[in-house]
Design a protein around this ligand. Structure first.
Ligand code: ZN
Length: 578
């Protein structure tokens, strides 16, 4: 007690001394702000004061939100003044499910996004193979066959025709399936007799029993353990590329859905060198030695001025719908299997209880209705079996289900009762609408991408893109959430248009609700005094313009901690206060 009083006295004395010094030396007190943004069409996501024209910030935090007239008093000599010229401003957008290094590697490797047919896909691969040395690996990512005619997976024999001498390994956009050629299988010793590993499938030709090239989920490890691993320099380059791309699109924070400690170390290095600008909310992938280390060492919160937090374990318990690995309660409508789980309860249960005791958040990828039911069961059991007194963090642990894509209607209310956060990606719904009906049948769509069912029962939804599974663009996500139609404005029959969200809800998904899912609703997610000055400035009023125009809206400026980290340079907006 004594020492607290003493510290207080010293603090007061030094403040007085500083004040006297300023008066004595004739200096004016410091300006109350470093930067002022004015003439904005500002949506604050603060219910008490939803609209504003101006924002002032100091030391990276917001000190004023209000009218242009009231902001005048902050525009004193030396203060940076940004004239927004009527542009729309929203709280800095956050993507609650992102694979940051994956976004960077997509830019660096063979990018197979947007391939329109098998021929187009093979032509792109061939162009890369022709440049490779004999025997050199060719790897890439991003293809989706659902738009091809017919929509069937490529095979090893397709690839053998264009790549007889190079091992080729190409991952589907969703990361849950890959196709390899015969040269790759030879190196990996995958043949007719190789058994499916747990949580994975080596797809085989129905007639001959030969592997046809496709590997699902954990069967992918059979080949990836032979592909050349990225060097440290590659990873740094990928992270910097991903950062640039993300801030240019208007993201101010991403929740990174499952990384290793190696990536964390590289990120720390780059953050300390000021080479990354985003804020990062990191999940360590588990259950394995990596997640055990997080449990042992505890969370790391708000490093580098609130830029880096590590407090979550990411687990994947099934595959994806597109590659038919999502675990369903009943068989696929177009396939004679029901997918598979990729984790076992005996491994998960002790980890979940340990996480509750140590105050570590858990987020689990669950796509199919069986995977969702299973993880709710496992979460519920962990809550029931871990007495409150043993828990580090006795408040709401805010555990999440990533995707929560196909949920049996009986299980939806459990999300509210157990206070589990569904972390969902609107673009999945508009990409999947072309094949989900044939995979699932109409009946199961009742609990598919059921955004409004979750919100109406009191859940919040953390909004994300799952880039590089999807493109990872905020305006595509916002549009998908409010329109629930594909980018051409199409949505099939039975696609439950009533599950689309309002614009206010969509904005919350990528701001305050994403912040809540990261325990950050007091420091981020809305434009309010005391919070970080993180802002996304847009070329159009996405709360009012016709739906299709949302897709044309651009990011004009990204502000993180009051620093303009990215700006479209067409207009001069900056002046200085006089
Ligand atoms: Zn993901």
């Amino acid at each position: 007690m004594k020492s607290i009083v003493l510290t207080l006295l010293v603090a007061v004395a030094s403040l007085l001394a500083a004040f006297n010094y300023q008066i004595a030396s004739g200096q004016k007190p410091e300006p109350a702000a470093d930067i002022v943004f004015k003439n904005g069409n500002i949506y604050t996501v603060n219910e008490d004061k939803p609209k504003a024209e101006a924002i002032a910030a100091k030391y990276g935090k917001i000190v004023f939100v209000g009218s242009n007239a009231d902001a005048k008093k902050y525009e004193v000599k030396g203060v940076k003044v940004i004239d927004l010229k009527g542009a729309t401003v929203v709280p800095g957008l956050a993507d609650a499910h992102y694979h940051f290094s994956g976004v960077g590697f997509r830019e660096m490797n063979l990018n197979l996004e947007g391939t329109t047919s098998l021929e187009d896909f093979l032509a792109k691969v061939k162009a890369r193979v022709d440049k490779a040395k004999p025997g050199e690996w060719v790897t890439g990512r991003g293809w989706i066959e659902t738009f091809w005619k017919p929509p069937v997976f490529p095979t090893r024999w397709d690839l053998d025709k264009i790549a007889p001498n190079n091992p080729v390994y190409l991952t589907r956009a969703d990361g849950h399936g890959s196709v390899a050629n015969s040269a790759a299988f030879k190196i990996a010793s995958v043949d007719k007799d190789t058994e499916n590993p747990f949580g994975g499938e080596i797809m085989k030709d129905k007639k001959t029993g030969e592997p046809n090239g496709m590997l699902l989920d954990r069967a992918q490890d059979l080949v990836t353990r032979h592909t050349p691993s990225a060097t440290g320099a590659d990873l740094e380059r990928a992270l910097i590329l991903a950062d640039k791309r993300s801030i240019a699109l208007g993201w101010t924070q991403i929740h990174d859905a499952g990384v290793s400690w190696d990536q964390i170390e590289t990120m720390k290095k780059l953050l300390s060198e000021n080479k990354l600008k985003l804020r990062f909310y990191e999940a360590i992938r588990g259950p394995n030695a990596n997640s055990q280390r997080l449990l042992r060492e505890g969370p790391q919160i708000g490093l580098y001025d609130g830029r880096l937090t590590i407090r979550t374990i990411k687990v994947t318990i099934d595959g994806a719908l597109g590659s038919k690995g999502a675990a369903l309660l009943e068989n696929y409508s177009d396939h004679d299997t029901a997918g598979f789980l990729t984790q076992k309860e005996e491994v998960m249960a002790p980890m979940l209880q340990d996480a509750l005791r140590k105050g570590i958040q858990v987020e689990v990828h669950a796509i199919g209705d069986r995977a969702n039911r299973t993880i709710l069961d496992w979460y519920e059991k962990a809550f029931d079996e871990t007495p409150m007194i043993e828990r580090q963090d006795r408040s709401d642990p805010r555990w999440r289900v990533e995707h929560a894509q196909i949920v049996h209607p009986d299980d939806i209310p459990r999300f509210a009762r157990l206070k589990i956060i569904p972390s969902m990606q609107p673009s999945h719904a508009i990409g999947d609408l072309h094949f989900a009906v044939s995979r699932l049948g109409v009946k199961r769509l009742a609990g598919a991408y059921a955004w409004q069912s979750f919100i109406k029962q009191g859940n919040i939804i953390a909004g994300g893109s799952d880039a590089p599974v999807e493109r990872g663009e905020p305006m595509i996500e916002f549009y998908a959430a409010v329109a629930r139609k594909d980018q051409k404005g199409f949505s099939g029959e039975g696609w439950h248009p009533e599950q689309a969200v309002t614009r206010e809800q969509a904005l919350k998904m990528f701001t305050i609700w994403a912040a809540f899912a990261a325990f950050e609703e007091k420091s981020r997610g809305s434009i309010e005094v005391g919070k970080f000055a993180d802002l996304t400035v847009l070329s159009a009023d996405i709360m009012k313009i016709p739906e299709m125009e949302i897709l044309k809206t651009r990011c004009l400026m990204t502000v993180i901690g009051a620093e303009i980290v990215c700006e479209d340079a067409q207009e001069k907006r900056e002046t200085r206060g006089k």
